[in-house]
Design a protein around this ligand. Structure first.
Ligand code: NDP
Ligand code: 8X3
Length: 257
């Protein structure tokens, strides 16, 4: 059941973390991959690795999902062999800072909203009509524990992930009567570049997020995505909420320090 032989999968945010792990696990399962992110070099290195290890066919898309026209043009311009996307993984996303809602830099809100909400919508808008027309497809959105619980300094990030939950549910409603499936994955703490991006390269502060506890790895999340997309056609895994054993809520983290 874990074969994705020749299926075409588009992963946004494939240059790092969860997206990169998805690329590796899906390549292993036999998929063809469209790898999207802004950092072309990282995509190229990953693509070389996948070609070498699994003879994966890849297509690289250097796009910023915040730019609507760029997203639309890139996806409309896909070569014929790559147009039939079977699985879309809307993973590109980020957090910026932990300031109070009424004090944080407005451009931080805009970057989170434009990436996590609008970027996800632009990609979905460009890809899903083809899935409906072909009568096959699966959209996997990366939400978060942050959608379920707002934490200090996280209000705008948490709001964008609450939006991902609503958008996943809404898309599922809109697709009822078609064979296209929708899954919302909601991870707790996963060690990736996420905290380095949130704290703008302050490695000490970023590392402290995971100190003394065992976080999830990006492979743990990619694993659940492989599970969701390899179920039989009549099974829609609607939500998966995954936490580290050392975490029981956003604010309850067991640390051995
Ligand atoms: P990383 O920072 O390691 O990866 C984020 C990825 O998103 C990168 O590949 C980055 O690529 C891409 N990205 C960011 N902005 C854009 C953009 N404007 N256009 C295109 N690509 C973009 O973090 P994670 O792997 O942790 O994050 C992946 C998803 O998981 C995010 O949606 C995040 O919110 C979510 N998440 C993470 C958790 C965690 O604890 N780490 C927990 C719950 C959810 P590039 O910079 O090259 O464009
Ligand atoms: C990321 C989860 O709690 O680190 O979505 O912000 S958290």
């Amino acid at each position: 059941a874990l074969s994705l032989n020749n299926q075409c999968v588009l992963i946004t945010g494939a240059s790092s973390g969860i997206g990169q792990s998805c690329a590796r696990l899906l390549a292993q399962a036999g998929a063809r991959l469209i790898l999207a992110a802004r950092r072309k070099e990282k995509l190229k290195t990953l693509s070389d690795e996948l070609q070498e290890k699994y003879q994966t066919q890849t297509l690289l898309l250097c796009v910023d999902v915040q730019e609507r026209q760029t997203v639309t043009t890139a996806l409309e311009g896909l070569p014929a062999a790559w147009k039939s996307i079977d699985v879309l993984i809307n993973n590109a996303g980020l957090s910026r800072g932990l300031e109070k809602q009424y004090e944080s830099p407005v451009q931080d809100w805009e970057e989170m909203i434009d990436t996590n909400m609008k970027g996800l919508l632009y990609v979905t808008r460009a890809v899903v009509p083809g899935m409906v027309a072909r009568g096959r497809g699966h959209v996997v959105n990366i939400g978060s524990i942050a959608a379920r619980q707002t934490y200090t300094g996280g209000s705008v990030y948490c709001a964008t992930k609450a939006a991902v939950k609503s958008l996943s549910e809404g898309l599922k409603i809109d697709l009822l009567g078609t064979p296209v499936r929708v899954t919302n994955i909601e991870p707790g703490l996963v060690e990736t570049e996420f905290s380095n991006v949130r704290f703008r390269g302050d490695d000490h502060r970023a590392n402290s997020v995971y100190t003394g506890m065992t976080p999830l790895t990006p492979d743990d999340i990619a694993d659940t995505i492989v599970f969701a997309v390899t179920r039989p056609a009549h099974v829609n895994i609607s939500e998966i909420f995954v936490m580290p054993t050392d975490q029981s809520s956003v604010t309850h983290v067991h640390r051995r320090t």
